[in-house]
Design a protein around this ligand. Structure first.
Ligand code: FE
Ligand code: CA
Length: 521
């Protein structure tokens, strides 16, 4: 134990250095498989004065280990800020979640835990600014399927010194047995447990497997995360009362029990602030980045989504006013948050959500997707109406879920009332981040090229598309403009530190219109 501690020395400091004023923590040995802290440390849901600190203690099943936690303004803990003590146990799967409060805004902090005579790795985190913020930079990620290969993109996110936070838009885990969607055998990444997860113990084991990944651990250790679930944190194509991948009559049991198990394990294992008062699976919430941007996080899946329509559903379903991916309570909340953001004078409104928003189906054609906003047209229209009624010219929709990269101008009618040259008719923009590992599903290189060309030709509002790569997006926000930079990794089949800048898109404040750039922000 002593040796493990003395090996861990750090160069990290809070001194401003380079872009964003952040210095990465020096790399350190990943905790051994027998370490008390083998699932790493994490932080999340930063506010101006508080942040969630997370870890998990591996201990005997009947133990109730005492855990101390510390926050300091330096990586060597010479300047302690907070210190506390708590107890964990089997009831919450030996996870620890601390809401460390009383912190200063826009400040980098370091944290660590101690339990059972061992000290955890040191994590780094950062609080949100309160006012006058000139720049916010986020990494945006989604769809990290463990058996599909290595989390090279997470390693690149971990290595960046320029991020304020990591935004994960869901499919953080996948629920399948090995081989159903990705075969981990060639990589030693066979799904654990090797069956479709249904019970609470299954979801806990699956989360533990993902958190055993060294690249994911490092990305958590270096940056605070802001997360929402998509469908696979529960089951494929989740909606309020079920999922495509949930058959009650074929051994999956009741939906509510499965959903509750998935939600409980998620709250235990993810560095997200919980509403303990209601115990509701409510994760829609807003983060204020010091007047520069409000990040409004949505749940289009679990809390109140109406069921996806059947394939080739007719207009009576697709245009049913009552259907929504958010449910009416969350929709009304969203409109209030947008109005409040306008009143408070925030420059940008970022919607952190899961499913593709921009109109996809060609006029008069059958709906292209039953699982995106496309299948809930009146609800999507209400969101667009709110944006235009409130005269919010700087709304950015952030999307995951589809394992490919897209940049859209969001126009109410892109085929008849939109000018791709100037962006006239565009209400907002949409940035779709690719998967960390999940496949794009675009097919062979030839098929991919054909499909990409067809999409571009048919959709004037489609400003960028890539159907080949895995990676992530860096969203760089200033008062003058927002820039989305796509970074791609060459492979997930072997470990690599290589990445390439794929494309940047800029939208100038006041004019929601994406324009390509070949220079990263
Ligand atoms: Fe996915
Ligand atoms: Ca998904």
């Amino acid at each position: 134990m002593e040796m493990a501690v003395s090996r861990r020395t750090f160069l990290g400091t809070t001194a401003a250095a380079g872009f964003g004023g952040l210095v990465r923590l020096e790399s350190q040995p990943i905790p051994q498989a027998r370490s008390v802290f083998r699932h790493g440390v994490a932080s999340g849901d930063p506010l101006a004065d508080a942040v969630i600190l997370w870890t998990r203690v591996t201990a005997p099943a009947n133990a109730t280990p005492e855990v101390t936690w510390e926050v300091a303004s330096d990586a060597t803990f010479k300047n302690p800020v907070l210190r506390g003590r708590t107890v964990t146990g089997a009831l919450r799967d030996f996870t620890i979640k601390i809401d460390a409060s009383g912190l200063r805004p826009a400040t980098t902090y370091y944290y660590r835990f101690e339990a059972l005579g061992e000290r955890s790795p040191v994590g780094r985190t950062k609080t949100l600014p309160v006012g006058g913020a000139e720049r916010v930079r986020l990494a945006v990620a989604s769809c990290s399927n463990f058996p599909y290969g290595y989390f090279n993109a997470y390693a690149r996110i971990a290595a960046r010194a320029d991020l304020d936070a990591v935004l994960h838009l869901g499919d953080y885990i996948y629920e399948y047995e090995n081989g159903r969607y990705g075969d981990g055998k060639p990589y030693g990444r066979v799904s654990d447990p090797d069956r479709e997860i249904i019970a609470l113990s299954d979801y806990r084991t699956r989360h533990a497997q993902y958190k055993s990944d060294p690249d994911l651990q490092e990305a958590h250790r270096q940056h605070p995360w802001i997360v929402v679930w998509d469908d696979h944190e529960v089951a494929n194509d989740t909606w309020r009362d079920g999922a495509e991948n949930h058959q009650p009559d074929r051994g999956d049991g009741g939906w509510a029990a499965r959903r509750d198990a998935a939600v409980q394990a998620y709250f235990e294992w993810m560095p997200i602030r919980e509403d303990r008062a209601t115990r509701q699976p409510r994760i829609y919430r807003t983060f204020n980045f010091g007047g520069l941007a409000d990040l409004i996080m949505l749940d289009t899946r679990v809390i109140d989504r109406d069921q996806q329509p059947l394939r080739r559903a007719d207009a009576s379903v697709l245009d049913d006013e009552r259907r929504s991916p958010l449910g009416s309570t969350q929709e009304q909340w969203l409109f209030r948050e947008l109005a409040e953001s306008k009143r408070a004078g925030a420059r940008w409104q970022l919607l952190g959500q899961q499913i593709m928003f921009a109109p996809l189906s060609l006029p008069g054609a059958a709906s292209e997707s039953a699982d995106t906003w496309e299948a809930y047209r009146p609800s999507r229209q209400r969101v667009m109406n709110a944006i235009s009624t409130l005269r919010l010219p700087n709304v950015v929709v952030l999307t995951g879920d589809v394992h490919s990269s897209w940049g859209y101008d969001i126009a109410a009618d892109p085929w008849n009332a939109y000018d791709p040259g100037t962006g006239r008719g565009s209400l907002a923009i949409e940035i779709v981040t690719p998967a960390i590992t999940s496949p794009t599903g675009f097919g062979t290189p030839t098929e991919t090229a054909t499909r990409v060309e067809k999409h571009k030709k048919e959709r004037p509002h489609l400003r960028y598309i890539d159907g080949v790569h895995r990676g992530y997006v860096v969203l760089d926000v200033t008062p003058e403009r927002v820039q989305a930079d796509w970074y791609y990794v060459p492979t997930v089949s072997e470990k690599t530190t290589a990445e390439q800048f794929g494309k940047g898109l800029i939208s100038v404040a006041g004019r929601p219109h994406l324009v390509e750039t070949n220079k990263p922000a």
